[in-house]
Design a protein around this ligand. Structure first.
Ligand SMILES: Nc1ncnc2c1ncn2[C@@H]1O[C@H](COP(=O)(O)OP(=O)(O)OP(=O)(O)O)[C@@H](O)[C@H]1O
Ligand SMILES: [Mg+2]
Length: 301
């Protein structure tokens, strides 16, 4: 594995953002603005690797995610920017120089509003709201152990959703997959109300299932080794696991669907077109224990 190089350099510190990693908004040499998460952030180091890899995988699936880059912050910029620091337990710690992850700001940070939350009554104005189903398939695949996070920007009379913060994909620094049914779900249920069957997850679900091993490595290859403690074996295992898990995404979605949260009220037997007492072929392949009638509510497919 060759060592990584930055695609861009940070040229100006703008301000600190909210969030557990205490990211900073910075202007970069390409003229764009980036939310920069630093290697010595107060959360954990691998958030950088996770953000980079998961965002690139999501982009490959055509999900609405920001651009992600390796961004270099120089010693001189750190020295001349007193705001480039973290607050940890009441103590100020300077951000380190070096290679960090930059997530492109989804709008013009000087003139546009970015909303972390939208009221439910406004949700039908979100033009690309069907992407919530696709990102759920993605979060199940990548084992996101956090709730799904999104930001909304105004577009004409409507809004556009972009999915941010992939730091807890692959279970944060653990790089394993607990796969609890409610993991990766958005905190509000209305975003899933229109999901009526497997078709709602397309084309993302099929693209995940067809993702090539080489594509996974193409997304992972540029990650700086420092972002995962040079644990090449760990990265190899992670890519192997992701490749293996492609065929289990339907099982994970089924577990969420059948959870006490009952997230998909419109997903009925009629929509699934499943003969009574039988699940679809795809479902039987995805969850053979359900097809055998062991667990679950058979009529609900
Ligand atoms: N690409 C982006 N464009 C515009 N704003 C962003 C972008 N990414 C993040 N933000 C803003 O910065 C905030 C913090 O980002 P993010 O959630 O990724 O950081 P975090 O440290 O991982 O947060 P936490 O772990 O507390 O959820 C977001 O709530 C959002 O308001
Ligand atoms: Mg966050």
């Amino acid at each position: 594995m060759k060592s990584a190089a930055a695609n861009i350099q940070a040229v100006q510190h703008i301000r600190r953002m909210r969030g557990g990693t205490q990211p900073h908004l910075m202007r970069a040499s390409d003229g764009n603005y980036y939310i920069v998460k630093f290697q010595n952030n107060p959360q954990y180091l691998r958030v950088l690797a996770n953000e980079f890899l998961a965002t690139r995988l999501a982009a490959l699936l055509s999900l609405p995610v920001p651009e992600v880059e390796i961004i270099e912050v120089s010693d001189s910029l750190i020295e001349s920017s007193p705001g480039l620091q973290f607050e940890i337990g009441g103590i100020s710690v300077r951000c380190a120089a070096g290679l960090h992850v930059g997530v492109r700001h989804v709008a013009d940070p000087w003139n546009d509003c970015v909303f972390d939350y939208l009221p439910e009554s406004t949700f039908d104005k979100v033009m690309n709201r069907q992407a919530f189903a696709g990102i759920l398939a993605f979060d199940k695949w990548t084992g996101n152990t956090d709730g799904r996070q999104a930001v909304f920007t105004k577009h004409g009379r409507g809004y556009h959703v972009t999915f941010i913060d992939q730091g807890y994909c692959f279970n944060a620094a653990e790089w394993n997959f607990p796969d609890l049914p409610l993991h990766g779900a958005y905190y509000k249920g209305h975003v899933y109300e229109d999901i009526a069957g497997w078709d709602s997850f397309e084309p993302v679900l099929s693209r995940i299932e067809a993702m090539e091993y080489a594509d996974l490595w193409r997304c992972a290859a540029p990650i700086p080794l420092d972002w995962f403690e040079h644990d090449g074996e760990g990265l190899f295992q992670l890519i192997e696991a992701l490749h293996e898990r492609r065929s289990s995404v339907r099982t994970f979605i089924t577990a969420f669907r059948d959870s006490s949260r009952n997230p998909f009220p419109r997903w009925t037997a009629v929509h699934g077109a499943v003969p009574q007492g039988r699940r679809s072929i795809k479902e039987e392949e995805a969850a053979p224990e359900l097809a055998l009638g062991g667990v679950g509510e058979i009529g609900k497919s």
